[in-house]
Design a protein around this ligand. Structure first.
Ligand code: ATP
Length: 268
């Protein structure tokens, strides 16, 4: 298994319980979309898998290791095998795209090579190839602060492709793109993952993108796994239950009581 969570719970520092009783096993090469309403715990789950958050309860295994039982150096080496795609890639604004993408391999390089690469990019050809897959080869020497939000997201994806990560964790990777580009970009990412046998977990708000691009769908609600199904078995009823918004369901005290109504968050 690439990922195994057993009875995992996580409470944020402010006391907010974000995950509870999460059991999840993901095999090597699987592609899985995580969907669910806002605040359900999708980002927390991905941050936990990225080892930026430590579970309060339960057991986490990643790539055959238990990260929180490893010494710091071994945990750093494990992290170098994980590729993180952020909704807003944390790229230094003045950095050139070539440096931002090549930084994907910093965790695999000795310090001297990483420093040298900052001054003089060592593998411009490899970086250009990764960018070309995202139709961004012409942005190689542009500054990150001169790119649009959607272009920056594609730079973040190119960085993880260049890294050749074994497990890709993507948090809303196409949220800043128009629907056509979002679909195209997810297609590139999922095909790359499939061709390389890489495990891919992505959180997505757009349910149609999740169903079209991922064979397995995990629905998360209130910090728990509501369903874990092959995409073709996800029913409209399961989606309605996942997205039924209890807070919006409360009638206003000042208004005459309307007929009870479940408000469903629109899914694009
Ligand atoms: N750093 C944090 N500190 C405290 N509470 C947090 C933190 N991050 C998230 N939470 C809380 O944990 C819960 C889950 O949040 P999370 O961001 O994981 O949800 P999400 O499903 O990714 O939501 P969205 O779709 O809106 O991004 C929410 O109640 C949120 O307020």
């Amino acid at each position: 298994m690439t990922v195994r969570l057993t009875g995992v719970g996580l409470t944020h520092a402010n006391g907010r319980r974000a995950l509870q009783d999460v059991d999840l096993s993901v095999g090597r090469g699987e592609r899985l979309a995580i969907i669910g309403p806002s605040g359900a715990g999708k980002t927390t789950l991905l941050r936990l898998l990225a080892t930026s958050l430590q579970p309060g309860e339960g057991r986490l295994e990643l790539l055959g290791a238990e990260p929180w039982h490893l010494a710091a150096g071994a945990r750093r080496r494990l992290r170098a095998r994980l590729g993180l795609i952020h909704q807003s890639p944390p790229l230094p604004p003045r950095q050139r795209v070539v440096a931002a993408v090549s930084a994907g391999r910093l965790g695999q390089w000795p310090l001297w090579k990483g420093l040298l690469n900052l001054v003089h990019p060592l593998d411009t050809g490899g970086v250009r190839d990764a960018l070309a897959r995202l139709d961004l080869a012409d942005k190689l020497f542009e500054r990150c602060d001169q790119l649009s939000g959607g272009q920056l997201q594609r730079v973040g994806i190119a960085r993880v492709l260049y890294q050749q990560a074994e497990l890709i964790l993507a948090d809303e990777p196409v949220s800043a793109m128009d629907p056509v580009l979002a679909g195209h970009t997810l297609g590139v990412l999922t095909r790359e993952a499939e061709a390389r046998g890489v495990t891919l977990l992505a959180s997505l708000h757009a349910v149609d993108l999740a169903l079209n691009h991922f064979p397995r769908i995990v629905g998360v609600r209130d910090g728990r796994i509501a369903f874990d199904l092959p995409a073709h078995e996800v029913t409209p009823q399961a989606l309605d239950a996942l997205y039924a918004n209890e807070q919006l369901d409360q009638p206003s005290p000042a208004s005459p009581a309307p007929a009870p109504q479940i408000v469903t968050i629109p899914r694009c």
